[in-house]
Design a protein around this ligand. Structure first.
Ligand code: FPP
Length: 247
């Protein structure tokens, strides 16, 4: 099926977020170690970015490493961090050539030093790019982010820098690590799991959700376009009724 030709190119989601899941199972199916799956997962990241470049999607957020992922075996955690550094180094010329602006959300101060340095360096080198915003969620968890936002707001309220009556949804959004990024219109999760796993809980209040059984290393450009077509068949009502959109 040629899903790309079915896309209404003027109505693509502005922001797509992806929970890239299934690397481990993909590797296991081939009697390989989990890191083999992550290596191929990184290739899927490149493919997904190329797919995004052919649409009008402006923001792509990838759930790359959660706070909970530190609990994995040491060898796997170290392997993912090495892969991250390697990918940042090898993909930088591509980001520069294709005008991709790299951003990160999450507790990036707590990443291993080499990883943090490479990340900050790539973010700095792409900061003037005006094309797709590629956002890596690294050492990210949504509850961590919300707790941090509440602590900052409470501190500023106690110091009388914020009035209680000024606390509203926009103010809370401003204190999240996603403050300069619009909420996702579409959230994709691969690998057949139907969970959100502590990802962007506040920001996906009105996002469309697309679940696919495809394991992340197998996720193709057609799978991405299929998700966009699925999104475009949905009616987003934001709590209103259909007639309010057709009048
Ligand atoms: C989930 O699959 C994947 C991860 C926790 C790591 C994500 C990392 C990558 C896709 C590769 C690197 C990405 C970049 C941006 C360099 P899983 O291990 O939970 O799979 P399983 O559920 O089958 O065990």
């Amino acid at each position: 099926m040629d899903y790309f030709s079915k896309i209404d190119i003027n109505n693509t989601p502005k922001h797509v977020a992806i929970i890239m899941d299934g690397n481990g199972r993909w590797a296991k199916k081939q009697s390989q170690k989990r890191l083999f799956g992550h290596d191929h997962g990184a290739e899927s990241v490149r493919r997904a970015l190329e797919a995004v470049e052919k649409t009008k999607v402006e923001y792509l957020t990838l759930y790359t490493f959660s706070k909970e992922n530190w609990n994995r075996p040491k060898e796997e955690v170290e392997g993912i961090m090495r892969l991250l550094v390697h990918t940042l180094v090898t993909e930088l010329p591509n980001f520069l050539q294709n005008n991709v602006k790299l951003l990160a959300i999450g507790d990036t101060d707590e990443l291993p030093a080499d990883c943090r340095e490479e990340l900050l360096s790539s973010i700095a080198k792409t900061k003037d790019n005006t094309g797709i915003k590629l956002i890596l969620a690294l050492n990210y968890s949504s509850r961590w982010e919300i707790v941090n936002a509440l602590k900052s707001i409470a501190t500023e309220a106690a110091n009388k820098q914020i009035r209680i009556e000024d606390i509203n949804e926009q103010l809370i959004s401003n204190y999240l690590t996603t403050n300069s990024i619009p909420d996702p219109d579409l959230l994709i999760r691969t690998s057949g799991e139907h969970r959100i796993s502590n990802f962007l809980l506040w920001q996906i209040a009105y996002s469309e959700l697309h679940f696919t059984d495809v394991l992340w290393p197998d996720f193709s450009q057609e799978d991405f376009y299929k998700a966009i077509v699925d999104y475009q068949m949905r009616e987003r009502r934001f709590g209103m009724v259909s007639e309010q959109f057709t009048q």
